[in-house]
Structure formats: structure tokens, C-alpha cells
Design a protein around this ligand. Structure first.
Ligand SMILES: *[C@@H]1O[C@H](CO)[C@@H](O)[C@H](O)[C@H]1NC(C)=O
Ligand SMILES: *[C@@H]1O[C@H](CO)[C@@H](O)[C@H](O)[C@H]1NC(C)=O
Length: 399
């Protein structure tokens, strides 16, 4: 399935650190007291997200069934479906799964549910029940997973499933409408907004300058204006509306254009990394001095500057809708490894090597053109809006 391929739900690290920060929603939810002549603003309340990893998974609470079972879900703009681990599945998460038998509104089925992710696959059966997100409830079809494949784990977190916020293949909404499509029928403003804020430290343990200023949030039927600077720049979706992808105008490394051959970029909040067609990723790292492809198939760059507690300066930018959107240097690497970790295969003697946050997706399907999937490392710098009509994504600098 095309959309599923783009979702790389990586296992969150064992050292889960819940960093949910509750944000002041008053500014967005209520009209100004004296602005009586102004038209009423839509009552959109940003829903807080919890950052696990840190920065590997951003999760939200959904209430399923009657009485409500409040469970934790990965927020994933790279896949369309909701699925939840059955309470019979043990050991994949620190939290409970969903118990359909305990819900008076649960309707099961024998229709198979099967999703393939970049990092694994899940199997189960379609079901439906009352699902509430924030204060909004609908009857929603979702997958109940009793057979998660290898590679699917939420170890160290209470995550019980995935909240897909993608489109799905054309016609999908007539079969199993994504939750956001159902909820959008009541939205005056046909878009949702996402802010993924950084954990308190980078991968070198150094504090981020503005950590803790605002929390991560999902806003449905509007945007959280407190979390971005200036105005959003909207970019129409490329091709058919199957997933949140736009034409990629180019890739720059240290200010210079690099011909990666990639034709589009997709936004994927369910991916802990930025992934791309192997040839596109290879072209990008060919422009980074000293970059090295390990025998394990991962790109590393020399960690110059790490001794001083900072990430190497890669200066990667993606050109979308005619503007360059930078990947912050601090988000371009995922941590440092000593040369000893590579059993003598690493070049450069005793140098420290930083694993890039941009990595090849080797199972790239033939029917998709080369592209980049911009996951969490990219989205931490940019507030993103996902607009239903006309279909577009919007980006603005996150604050
Ligand atoms: C589940 O969440 C709802 C909505 O936030 C809340 O009213 C309810 O008390 C919660 N139930 C439990 C068992 O935590
Ligand atoms: C290095 O060797 C050890 C022991 O043989 C092995 O477990 C490890 O995976 C190797 N590391 C790499 C990067 O090849």
C-alpha cells in the first residue's frame, strides 16, 4: 500500500521520557473580550502530544468504546488508518491494549486488516466503535491487531496503536474513512495543524536553546497560531491526493544545489527519521565532506564539533513551493559512535561518527518515483498545516 510504505514507525527508545507540556489554549479558544464586532472564531483547542524517545514518537490520547478506554496513539501523517493492539497482545508496550469485549458499542468483523510499514507489519481484523479525539466523537472503523509482525514495538512507551492522519488511496474514504476525514465534516476551517517540539536536550546531551517554550500539539479544524511565526506558506499537493506530498523543487547542501533525482517530498510525523530513495540519499551524502556508508547500510558523517557539544554543520535544505526549508543541523544527526563500534571498517582512525537522520529506504517500491519522506527531524523546525480543500500542506517556522 502506497501510504503505508511511507510510514516508518520506529520503535521508541527504552528510556521513555514523557515530555508532555500543557500549553495555554485560552488564546486560541476564546474570542477577545472587547472584539464584539469581529466574527466568532472557531473553537479549536490544541490537543497536547507527548514526546517519547525523546523526539522518536509523538503520541496522543484517543478514547475508544463504551465505557471509554483511554489509550495512547502515535500521531502519523504518513498512514491513513487507526489501529490498536488488542489487549490480548502483551509485551510490546508498557500500556494496555484495547479490549473490544469490554465495550458495549464494539462491532467486530472478519475482514482482515493488514498494514505494511517501513519497519514492520501488523495484522488483525477491522472493527468499529465510538472513537473520541478531544471532545469530538464518531463511530470509526479501525484495525484491532492480534498479530503484530517483527519490527513493530512500542517498547518503553504506553503506545497502543497508530492514529493515521493521511488520505489513503483514492476512494478509501468510501470504504473505511480516515478518522480525520470524518471529523472534518464539522470543521469550519478545513485543516489541521501540527507542532512537534524538541525534547529538552539534543543527542549530545546539550540543551536546546528554546526547549520547553511551548509543547507539541495537534489542532483539528484550525491551527495553533501561538506556535508559528509569520504566515503559513501553502503548497498544493502533488499528483493525486493519496498522501501528504508536494513537489520537491530541489535539495541543497551547504547552500549548493544537489541533484538527488527526487521528485516529491512527503510529510510524515510517524517517522523518527528522514528517509529517501537510496539513490537520492546517496547523492545527498556525496555532497557532504567525509560522509560514509557503513556495512550496515547507514550513512555516517564525521562528528566535528561534537567535543564542543554541537552537531556537525551539514546545512541541508529542501526546496518546497519555491522556498528552502532547512533541516536544523542539530536534527541532521541522531547521535555519535566511536570508531571502535565499526570493527575497523570505519575510515578515519579514532574519529567519532555521527549517524545521519537522513537514511535510505531500501525497500523503496518501483511504482513510486524517487522522493524524500520528511519525518520528525524536519517537522521539529516547521509548524505544518494539512489542508483538505483545496488540498495543500502549509509550512511556517515553528516557535
Ligand atoms: C478518559 O478520557 C475522558 C476524556 O478526556 C475522561 O472524561 C475520562 O474520565 C477518562 N477515563 C478514564 C478511565 O481515564
Ligand atoms: C562488530 O563485531 C561485533 C562482534 O562480532 C558484532 O556484534 C557487531 O555487530 C559488529 N559491528 C558492526 C558495525 O559490524
Amino acid at each position: 500500500m502506497v501510504p503505508s510504505v511511507l510510514a516508518l514507525v520506529l520503535a521508541a527508545g527504552a528510556a521513555a521520557s514523557p515530555l508532555a507540556r500543557h500549553i495555554d489554549t485560552d488564546a486560541d479558544a476564546h474570542p477577545q473580550p472587547y472584539a464584539r464586532r469581529a466574527p466568532p472564531r472557531p473553537c479549536t483547542t490544541p490537543l497536547p502530544l507527548t514526546n517519547y524517545g525523546p523526539d522518536l514518537t509523538y503520541a496522543i490520547t484517543l478514547s475508544l468504546g463504551t465505557p471509554a478506554q483511554n489509550l495512547t496513539f502515535v500521531v502519523d501523517t504518513g498512514s491513513p488508518d487507526v489501529w490498536v493492539l488488542s489487549s490480548a497482545v502483551a509485551g510490546l508496550s508498557t500500556g494496555p491494549g484495547f479490549d473490544g469485549a469490554a465495550s458495549s458499542s464494539f462491532v467486530g468483523s472478519s475482514e482482515e486488516f493488514h498494514n505494511v510499514y517501513g519497519s514492520g507489519e501488523v495484522r488483525g481484523a477491522w472493527a468499529s466503535d465510538v472513537v473520541c479525539l478531544g471532545s469530538k466523537c464518531v463511530r470509526q472503523a479501525f484495525g484491532v491487531i492480534d498479530a503484530p509482525g517483527p519490527g513493530v514495538t512500542f517498547e518503553g512507551t504506553p503506545v497502543a496503536g497508530v492514529l493515521g492522519l493521511d488520505w489513503g488511496l483514492p476512494g478509501r474514504e468510501q470504504v473505511h474513512a480516515p478518522l480525520w476525514r470524518q471529523l472534518s465534516q464539522a470543521w469550519g476551517d478545513k485543516q489541521f495543524g501540527l507542532r512537534l517540539s524538541r525534547g529538552p536536550t539534543d543527542y549530545f546531551g546539550e540543551p536546546f536553546a528554546r526547549a520547553g517554550a511551548v509543547g507539541s500539539s495537534l489542532t483539528l479544524g484550525g491551527l495553533n497560531r501561538a506556535q508559528y511565526a509569520g504566515t503559513l506558506h501553502y503548497i498544493p499537493l502533488a499528483g493525486t491526493t493519496d498522501f501528504w506530498r508536494v513537489a520537491l523543487g530541489g535539495v541543497r547542501v551547504a547552500g549548493r544545489p544537489v541533484d538527488t533525482g527526487a521528485l516529491f517530498a512527503a510529510l510524515d510525523s510517524g517517522s523518527s527519521i528522514i528517509s529517501g530513495h537510496p539513490a537520492s540519499v546517496a547523492a545527498l551524502y556525496a555532497a557532504v565532506p567525509g560522509a560514509w556508508l557503513s556495512p550496515g547500510g547507514r550513512y555516517f558523517v564525521p562528528c566535528d564539533g561534537v567535543a564542543g557539544g554541537s552537531a556537525p554543520r551539514l546545512g541541508v535544505g529542501f526546496v518546497l513551493g519555491g522556498r528552502e526549508y532547512a533541516l536544523a543541523d542539530a536534527d541532521a544527526v541522531l547521535g555519535a559512535f566511536g570508531a571502535a563500534a565499526f570493527n575497523g571498517t570505519a575510515p578515519g582512525g579514532t574519529q567519532l561518527w555521527c549517524m545521519g537522520s537522513i537514511q535510505p529506504f531500501y525497500a523503496w517500491p518501483d511504482y513510486l518515483p524517487p522522493a524524500f519522506v520528511l519525518g520528525i527531524p524536519f517537522l521539529k523546525s516547521w509548524y505544518s498545516a494539512y489542508r483538505l480543500a483545496p488540498p495543500a500542506i502549509g509550512l511556517a517556522r515553528a516557535v
